[in-house]
Design a protein around this ligand. Sequence first.
Ligand SMILES: [Zn+2]
Length: 150
Amino acid sequence: MSRRSKRRAQAPAAQLTPAPAVTATTPCPCGQGVPYGECCGRLHSGAARAATPEELMRSRYAAFVVRDEAYLLRTWHPDTRPPGVGFDSGMRWAGLTIEATTEGTAFHDTGTVTFLARFTDAGTPGELHERSRFVRLDGAWVYVDGDFLG
Ligand SMILES: [Zn+2]
């Protein structure tokens, strides 16, 4: 998940709504059904590290929601890392579905995660469907790049 998709679903424009306030006790934006402070918040704060590419993917999605640029950059492979993350104030992430994973266990140094991330952009719904590649770098999983899927 590196860029916003240009593809937009056809739907009537909705009201522009503010980003949801995320605190340690509110449900984690990644959709795991546990409080943010016990889920991706632990990774964002540096208290824990993602054990699998899926966990890293979820935490990066949540970092887009809470606009944690530092976390996104430090979990990005140095070869593909951009100088900064351009957050769009009109963009509201609306949900994440992990569709498939490959490799990414304790016995692997690579892995992929296929996901569908829903959003609204200035009130217009859209989705990002991507297969992301991850590698283990100095023991920590990092995001490399991804392919957009149809
Ligand atoms: Zn989470």
